[in-house]
Design a protein around this ligand. Structure first.
Ligand code: ZN
Ligand code: MN
Length: 496
């Protein structure tokens, strides 16, 4: 990995950052029972003997969750196991009614992936150590009166845990990965990844490489638990880098096998705070889940999932830059929402001029979507009509301002853009008689400019430009500028 030394708190440090991500998979029901996965229901509505951990209740695997986990892992470049097992991971906490989580420890779903994304003008390469399936815990809240409240609607919801290698060295880089990962799972349809609903949660592992008498050493690893916004992810990592640099100078404590620590994030004080000491693997007393058989995946099924993988956002952005002639930043905006990116492609396939389509998607259509708090795809305009509007502009029959008015009219009804432009008298006028009439009116009104334009040099060019502009204005931008220019030059020629 590349070295990135920064100077903070008076010393040189090299941040070493890894991420653990929990992605809630977009299934209808929970991982081990038929209870619905639903956010925002009344507390404890979606529970049954299985997810309440009642004695004798047996888990039954949700195969849809396996499929979504496999698709996500394949998109992250991982090798998916043909056979995997389940383990019980024990800990005692009020939101975990069974007192153990069913997870994958020794034989995870997938391993050894690689996720590449553009970052600060280069390609960041983050190795994925492993992904595994597990169930979520419930929610543990403290009521106004200090009472402990438990809501088990979420208990048993399917999670995909993604563990990266410690390949990040800045908060920016970790955040960009998080943004790209959210976009990826939404593209795949494997998670809605709504952070406000806790469907995408991050736990960065952070420590520093520091130098003591020229010898590289590492500060103890801190895991910041359960961050559910990009902002807090960024802030927590940045805070830890500074805090560990300061702590190092006071304690000279280095990382050992048993001094990894958990900290929480205080969103009001904007700092990390100590939490319970992190359990080591031994404390969790992992053992094979006796109520479940190992899971075998067929090669045929895996190949089928692989072949039906959609074009992923990052390669798609690169293609859009090339085909639609836009900047990488604009390409990222265009592909962000998959249905909208599909619509853009379909409008291109319908014969629309691609650079103009891209401009209109980024401008006119993005504005209308934003006003309606929706996506461009959901404005409900067909690819054919989008293509036609783009081509009216690309061919010079409609100017950009007029296109805005036609677009407005396109949002109600199904009239073609060309017809709308005609009805609104917005199509470009190439009728010489009409243009000559506008031109003569302008020339009569601006005798001084006409005089100046007939001289030579800079002043004459400025006067010509002024007259041309006046004609365009008189025609409300509709006159064909080439025809105006030609007729104007004819009239400015010295009288024979
Ligand atoms: Zn249940
Ligand atoms: Mn986990």
């Amino acid at each position: 990995m590349e070295v990135a030394v920064i100077h903070t708190q008076g010393i040189d440090v090299e941040p070493i950052i890894g991420l653990e991500v929990h992605v809630q998979l977009h299934t209808r029901t929970k991982l081990w029972c038929g209870c619905p996965v639903e956010f925002g229901s009344a507390p404890n509505q979606h529970t049954c003997p299985v997810c309440l951990g009642l004695p004798g209740a047996l888990p039954v695997l949700n195969h849809r969750a396996v499929e979504l986990a496999v698709r996500t892992s394949l998109a992250l470049g991982c090798t998916v196991a043909r056979q995997m097992g389940w383990e019980r991971k024990h800990y005692f906490y009020p939101d975990l009614p069974r007192n153990y989580q069913i997870s994958q420890y020794a034989r995870p779903l997938a391993q050894a992936g690689l996720f590449e994304f553009p970052h600060e003008g280069r390609i960041a390469r983050i190795r994925i150590q492993r992904t595994h399936l597990e169930d979520d815990a419930g929610k543990h809240l403290v009521g106004d009166d200090g009472q402990t409240l438990i809501d088990l609607n979420r208990a048993g919801a399917p999670l995909l845990e993604i563990v990266t290698e410690p390949d990040f060295n800045t908060p920016d880089m970790a955040c960009e990965f998080a943004v790209q990962l959210q976009r990826l799972v939404r593209y795949l349809g494997t998670s809605t990844a709504n952070m406000q609903h806790g469907q995408l949660r991050f736990e960065p592992n952070i420590n520093l490489r520091v130098w003591h008498d020229g010898v590289p050493l590492r500060t103890p690893i801190v895991e910041v638990k359960n961050l559910n916004s990009f902002r807090s992810l960024h802030a927590a990592i940045a805070f830890e880098i500074n805090r560990q640099a300061t702590e190092w100078q006071q304690t000279r404590e280095v990382a050992t096998d048993d001094n990894k620590r958990n900290r929480g994030w205080d969103d009001e004080r904007l700092e990390t705070v100590p939490q319970r000491e992190k359990e080591s693997a031994r404390d969790y007393r992992f053992f094979p889940e006796p109520d479940l058989v190992p899971l075998k995946l067929s090669n045929l099924w895996l190949r089928d999932l692989h072949e039906h993988m959609p074009e992923l956002p990052i390669p798609r952005s690169a293609r859009v830059v090339h085909e639609f002639k836009v900047t990488p930043a604009n390409a990222a905006r265009l592909v962000d929402d998959r249905p909208t990116a599909d619509l853009l492609d379909h409008a291109g396939e319908a014969g629309g001029d691609k650079p103009t389509l891209a401009k209109q998607f980024l401008g006119i259509w993005a504005r209308h979507a934003k006003q309606r708090r929706t996506s461009i795809a959901r404005l409900g305009i067909s690819p054919g009509r989008l293509a036609e509007l783009a081509n009216l502009v690309a061919s010079g029959q409609l100017n950009a301002t007029a296109a805005t008015r036609v677009a407005e009219a396109m949002l109600t009804g199904h009239t073609s853009p060309r017809e709308l432009a005609a009805q609104l008298h917005l199509l470009q006028v190439d009728d010489e008689q009409q243009i000559a009439a506008w031109l003569d009116a302008v020339l009569a009104e601006h005798a001084q400019a006409v005089h100046d334009a007939r001289q030579a040099g800079k002043k004459a060019r400025a006067a010509r430009g002024f007259l041309l502009g006046q004609v365009m204005q008189t025609s409300a931008g509709r006159a064909n500028p080439q025809t105006v220019g030609r007729l104007l030059d004819e009239r400015l020629r010295p009288e024979a």
